[in-house]
Structures are given as structure tokens and as C-alpha cells.
Design a protein around this ligand. Structure first.
Ligand SMILES: Cc1ncc(COP(=O)(O)O)c(C=O)c1O
Length: 389
């Protein structure tokens, strides 16, 4: 059995890497420690890289498709990890989940239709509906006992007349693993208001020890009937650049609408590496993932403990899944713009600005990516402490 080394520091600059090479256009400075974009500063698994290299031994990179073997690897993963027993036709390759959300917006809604999201949330959940001139409705999450919770009375109001709910399951930011009961309540409300649900489960595989991911479509028959679920190996195995994900649509009528759009416009034909990389990850990734989760848990414990000790006023949401820490500095009384200025120009660190997750309600909040070697994490924490102590 291999022991994987997640502590190796890698030079990613110069690889057309969004996180390291696009600092200047996003932050106005390039000399920053990048702890923003949600990929990890660790190597993608050796078995995935080997299988990609092996494919390159064949000299033709012609048109390709998702083979029976590719779909079979996904079917096995879904059954083993999420108790989803399904058939090939309920799955459709998607070239990235953000693209998948756009396909759903186009398939299931029209201009002016209302789309509900639960804020704070991954920024494309906000920007895509806005771009498509949909009416965006926010249901604000609240924090209790260091965890995000859903205000179901408010969600009920927002869903009335909505066409679509875009759900992050688990939630980004904060890494909240929604429980079966919470998902059942969402499903009951969506059934009541005839809302279609997009359950974005990109972070599901990264559910940390002690928590259990529940796939939305498994919570009730009505949830299965009104949802599209997106899964991907991209966060799990640090292969986001392959743009390889999959939609699971158990309901035949939703499937027909979505597939008609995607296939009619030929939007999801996929590329050689997307299929090979995903299959390799799902077939060979169990042990790697187990070790990764232990590594992430250590980083999360370490970062949250240090933040708590050094900056007790800062409210940190400890993730139940994934590697993204949500930090609320507002109790320190420093204006948001001043915090940003200090982080970028004094600490030289790139964090995600909380207001991009839902507007001015999240002033004072920032998101930090702890999917990196401990030395990088230490460096990042020290930079934050140095401008706030
Ligand atoms: C909730 C969520 N959905 C989707 C994505 C991106 O998905 P993709 O790269 O497949 O478009 C991210 C990346 O951070 C995410 O956090």
C-alpha cells in the first residue's frame, strides 16, 4: 500500500494555473500567497497521471465519448459511497459543474423566472442566474454552534413561485454537510412549491471523518423526482483542470428536457483526458482519498485551533467537508475594505472576499483554502496574524 505525500511543496506558477497565475487581474498584485481558488496545492494522484500518460502512448487524440467502462466506474462509485443504485441512462457527462448549472438554467427556466440560493454561497450560484436575467432570491443561512443552518420559514417563502433551487450539498463555503433530515425538509418544500432542485455535490467525496454525506436524490421519492445531481472527481482528486463531471437525473421527464438541450446543442461531448482521468480516479482512488481526508482533517484542526487561539474574536466555521474555511472577522471592528487592503497589500495573501458569496451581509468575512502543505498553511496563518494582532 502506498503512503501518499501531501506535504511536498510544488511550484505551480507558469502552468496557466488560475490560483497562482491569475493573482494580478483578481487582486491587483501578484506577490501573494494564494489561498483562494478551491483546488489543492498537492499533486494529483500518481495513478491518474499514469493512466493519462498511458493514453498518450497512443498517437491519436481523436473524437471520443464516455465509454461503458467510464460510466461503469461512476456507477460503482455512486453505489458504494452514496447508495445510489442506478442505470447508465440516468448519467450524463458534463464538462464541469458550473457549466452544468448553466445548462439547467437554460433547460428549466426562462428570463424573469425566480431562482433560489442559500447564502453565503459559491459565487457562480449568484452570477449565472443574474447573467441569464433570472430573478435571484437569497435565503440566508444563519450560524449556530459554529455551523450554518437553514431558516426553513424563510426558505419556504423564497421557494414560493421559484422555478429552481441551486443547492450546494455539502455547502460551500463552510463545508456544512446537510443532514438527511435537513435535506428531507428541503425536498418537502420543493415538492410543495414544484421547484426543481440542482444538487451540486462536488464536495461530497471530501466529507470528513465523523460526518456522512447524504445525496439529495436519496432522501425521498419526491427528491429523486425533482432533482438533478452533479458529482465530480475534480475536487476529490485535485483534477479540476480536466473539467470532468457527471449529472445524475433519475426522473425521465427532467432527463429528457436536460439531455435534449445538452445533446441538441452538443455541449457535453467531453475530451479524452476528462474520461480517462475520471475513470482512473473512481476505480483506483479509495486509498488515496482515505489518506487525503486524514491530511485535510489535520490541517483543518490545526488552522481552526490556531485561529481560535491567536484571534479569539474571529468566528471560524469548522468544515464538516472539504478544505475551505469561512472566517468572520467582523467582531474585530475593522472595516471590510481595510481588512482587504491589509490582507492583499500588507500580508500579501490572497483570500476569497466574503462579499462575493452574497453581498454586503458578508462584509468582514473571508474564505481560506487549507488544502496545501502544512508549511504553506503556517505561512498563510502567520500572514493573517501579522496584520491583525
Ligand atoms: C460548490 C461548487 N460547485 C462547483 C465548483 C466548480 O465546479 P467545476 O470546476 O466543475 O465547474 C466549485 C468549485 O469551487 C464549487 O465549490
Amino acid at each position: 500500500m502506498s503512503t501518499y505525500d501531501f506535504e511536498k511543496e510544488l511550484e505551480r506558477r507558469g502552468t496557466a494555473c488560475v490560483k497562482h497565475d491569475l493573482l494580478e487581474p483578481n487582486f491587483g498584485a501578484s506577490d501573494l500567497l494564494p489561498m483562494w481558488v478551491a483546488d489543492m496545492d498537492i499533486a494529483s494522484p500518481d495513478f491518474v497521471l499514469d493512466d493519462l500518460r498511458k493514453r498518450l502512448e497512443h498517437p491519436v487524440l481523436g473524437y471520443t465519448f464516455g465509454s461503458a467502462s467510464y460510466y461503469d466506474a461512476i456507477l460503482q462509485w455512486l453505489e458504494k459511497h452514496y447508495a445510489i443504485r442506478t442505470q447508465r441512462e440516468t448519467l450524463h457527462f458534463i464538462p464541469g459543474i458550473v457549466a452544468g448549472i448553466a445548462f439547467c438554467l437554460q433547460s428549466f427556466t426562462r428570463e424573469g423566472d425566480a431562482v433560489t440560493v442559500m447564502t453565503p454561497v459559491y459565487p457562480p450560484f449568484l452570477s449565472l442566474p443574474k447573467h441569464g436575467h433570472r430573478e435571484l432570491r437569497h435565503s440566508k443561512l444563519y450560524i449556530e454552534n459554529g455551523r450554518f443552518h437553514i431558516d426553513f420559514a424563510d426558505l419556504d417563502r423564497q421557494l414560493q413561485g421559484s422555478k429552481l433551487l441551486i443547492l450546494s450539498n455539502p455547502h460551500n463555503p463552510g463545508g456544512t454537510v446537510w443532514t438527511r433530515e435537513e435535506l428531507q425538509q428541503i425536498a418537502a418544500l420543493c415538492a410543495k412549491h414544484k421547484v426543481t432542485v440542482i444538487s451540486d455535490e462536488i464536495h461530497a467525496d471530501l466529507t470528513l471523518p465523523g460526518y456522512r454525506h447524504t445525496s439529495y436524490a436519496t432522501v425521498s421519492d419526491e427528491a429523486a423526482a425533482h432533482s438533478v445531481t452533479f458529482m465530480a472527481p475534480s475536487k476529490t482528486f485535485n483534477i479540476a483542470g480536466l473539467a470532468s463531471s457527471v449529472a445524475y437525473v433519475p426522473n425521465a421527464s427532467l432527463r429528457q428536457t436536460l439531455y435534449d438541450y445538452i445533446d441538441g446543442y452538443e455541449l457535453a461531448n467531453g475530451n479524452v483526458f476528462a474520461y480517462v482521468g475520471a475513470e482512473s480516479a473512481f476505480r483506483k482512488g479509495e486509498e488515496w482519498l482515505k489518506q487525503l481526508l486524514a491530511f485535510l482533517q489535520r490541517n483543518i484542526d490545526y488552522a481552526t485551533e490556531r485561529l481560535h487561539k491567536e484571534l479569539p474574536e474571529v468566528r471560524v466555521i469548522k468544515p464538516e467537508a472539504s478544505f475551505l474555511l469561512w472566517m468572520d472577522f467582523s467582531a474585530m471592528g475593522i472595516p471590510h475594505e481595510e481588512l482587504k487592503e491589509r490582507f492583499i497589500h500588507k500580508a500579501h495573501i490572497a483570500l476569497n472576499d466574503g462579499t462575493t458569496f452574497g453581498g454586503s451581509d458578508y462584509e468582514g468575512c473571508f474564505r481560506m483554502n487549507v488544502g496545501c502543505p502544512r508549511r504553506t498553511l503556517d505561512d498563510g496563518l502567520e500572514r493573517i496574524f501579522s496584520v491583525l494582532r
